[in-house]
Write a protein that binds this ligand. Sequence first.
Ligand SMILES: Cc1cc2nc3c(=O)[nH]c(=O)nc-3n(C[C@H](O)[C@H](O)[C@H](O)COP(=O)(O)OP(=O)(O)OC[C@H]3O[C@@H](n4cnc5c(N)ncnc54)[C@H](O)[C@@H]3O)c2cc1C
Length: 327
Amino acid sequence: MKDYEGLMVFAEQRYGKIHPVSYELLGKGGEIADKLHVELSSVLLGSHMEEEAKELIYYGADKVFLYDSPDLKEFDLLNYKHNIVKLIREVKPEILLFGATHLGRSLGPRIAVALNTGLTADCIGLSVDEEGSLIQVRPAFSGNILAWIKTSTRPQMSTIRYKVMQKRERDPGRKGEIIKKDAELVAPLLTIVNKEKSGEVNIAEADVIVCGGKGLKSPQDIGILQDLADLLGGVVGCSRPLVDDGWIGKEHQVGFSGNTVKPKLYIACGVSGSAQHLAGMRGADVIVAINNDPSAPIFRVADYGIVGDLYEVIPKLTNEIKRRYSS
Ligand SMILES: Cc1cc2nc3c(=O)[nH]c(=O)nc-3n(C[C@H](O)[C@H](O)[C@H](O)COP(=O)(O)OP(=O)(O)OC[C@H]3O[C@@H](n4cnc5c(N)ncnc54)[C@H](O)[C@@H]3O)c2cc1C
């Protein structure tokens, strides 16, 4: 264990752009590295990524290990894994962090297995104890309790949810080192035959979310939420039962097993406010709840509560906003 030192963040890129979760991890990683008096590094794989490598330094990395090759342009699980595992064996960071994105959730565990170490998935908090071990906080038992987990092997590996950590201020004057590494290809390169159209909603980035729950009577009624969302420049979110019933795509789901969101305004319509739903949205700046049951738990986290039938309240709200702001 003594051979391991430093903290490393896997920098995820899509279509040549760094995913913002990587900057958040550098923010949190920097705090932990400062406490441990160790270096914060990052590993980036892709093609023509020099400018993005600099961005990682501006957001807190002291060192960036850069694998820059046209062969690594697209995410390729086996080749990405091979090069990162080789790097970890060489550099031996004590802590290795991934975003809990589709890509991080797929890559991180495979790297952990190859390194014969543990991984704590879907963390929402990180700190270090007095011995310098990483405390990884994640929801357990459907989000009803928070588990504090320590890893006895090294490196200590975690995937961390998007939008739960703070990135630091970008500092274009910040200096760091970019170390260019030669990529090894151990598996045939993936051939992309067809790119699936990316989801039209990016709920995690939305400033306004109008969220519907089981208070809706039919899938068509999502339209009244959409009208309000369009008016406010927002997107439609939903609770899990709507996804389970096939009313709307999973990319709209907010909560423990869906997306974590941090909008400026969250309007929950016919959502009871289960622990699993709250786990994904309690970070919203302003929460408005519309529910016909005054004892619904959503009112406990709401800044503004409207006790009423959503089929009466939402059209009135939409019409009033139109009346006030459309002229
Ligand atoms: C492992 C696990 C993971 C889960 N992950 C998630 C997750 O990510 N996200 C998630 O949302 N859930 C998740 N769940 C499900 C969660 O436990 C709840 O079942 C779910 O959040 C309830 O959704 P709801 O609030 O839409 O429905 P309900 O709990 O049925 O609430 C419907 C609400 O609508 C109100 N209502 C009814 N009619 C009207 C009306 N006309 N006008 C106004 N209000 C009305 C009712 O008073 C009620 O409060 C998870 C569960 C498990 C076990």
